[in-house]
Design a protein around this ligand. Structure first.
Ligand code: 5GP
Length: 111
């Protein structure tokens, strides 16, 4: 079964795509929790960090985050990159993704 994010990547479900390359697709979260809230998703269907191969998509996700932060105008002010993993981590979509959050001051600790 393709994941929700695989359907978005395939164009079967519409999304506001802000960046894509051969490794990742990034689109705005449908329920943004910050002025900038972009999901960075590897094209390969990896369930989460637990199943990410050691030589997996880490670099591609981080490189995309840096580029998107620039284009979204938050590289200077700062931002947060979040991976929710598993039940306690709050993961709801079982396809590895990073949340790029910015445009407001973040609090700590996260809820
Ligand atoms: P998680 O909770 O797994 O870390 O993050 C999943 C994210 O996907 C949530 O922030 C949720 O708002 C977002 N999301 C769920 N369904 C859709 C959708 O159909 N389109 C988009 N753009 N985002 C979605």
């Amino acid at each position: 079964m393709p994941t929700l994010f695989s359907k978005i990547i395939a164009g079967e479900i519409p999304a506001d795509v802000v960046y894509q390359d051969e490794h990742v697709v990034a689109f705005r979260d449908i329920v943004p929790v910050a002025p900038v809230h972009v999901l960075i998703v590897p094209r390969s269907e990896i369930g989460g960090l637990a199943s990410l191969p050691e030589s997996g998509d880490h670099t591609h996700i981080l490189n995309a985050a840096k580029k998107i932060a620039e284009t979204e105008g938050i590289a200077e002010t700062g931002y947060r990159l979040v991976f929710n993993e598993g039940v306690d981590g709050g993961q709801t979509v079982p396809h590895l993704h990073a949340h790029l959050l910015g445009g407001r001051k973040m609090s700590w600790p996260p809820g």
